[in-house]
Design a protein. Sequence first.
Length: 238
Amino acid sequence: MPLFQSFRLLRRNLNILLIPITLDLIVLAVMIATTGWQLHSQWSYRIVLEMGLPSVFHLFNIPLTWAYVIVMLVWAFAQGGYIKALVSIIEGQPVRAAQVVKDGLKYWVPFAFLNITVLLAKAAASSLLIIMFGSIGAAASLLLFMVMRVLAVYWEFTVVVDNVNFDTAFRRSMKYFKHNSLSAIGMALVMFAFSGAASVLANYFVMPAAVIVTMFVYSFIMSIIQLALMLTLRETKR
């Protein structure tokens, strides 16, 4: 099974975890230094729809601010390097820091446009549905985004694997999904279930030490899921 295979691959390539963990530690340090500790314990959850680079901050319902947009741009830079590192691992190649930076620079602009486009589309769709249907619209928007995420589950990966712009990658990812829909749906559901449970725990246990522990555990398990998804994409493209 892809999950067991990806677990074995990750155990031999744990250095890939330095990408998301280092970035999260930097964001956490900057957040504490500039605004103090802003997270408060609450019963809340967020189903992660972001594919590729995992981040513990995906688990929190963070309000949209200029600071958050800047962080998104930093994530966009790291995204290309992380996804390319996944490709290197399944091809039996070592993950090298210099190559991660090089790939980050190469794919930074496409992922910046993709992230901003998705953010604006989600905000527009959510606002429209909530205005039209109230609380039912909020639930409908979440369901809509989950369905679209499943249908385009290979989107970010296709940008890097096929080296194409994000609109072409979207169309190809839909084609890849049709060719291997059961595996894609399975991986997406695993990601939804795990991220939802992790979000509940992360929002309740928000002490700095707990967030740091969550950061390591979340990066590890999400990287297993991402590797498994990359394996299914490789099988689809054969």
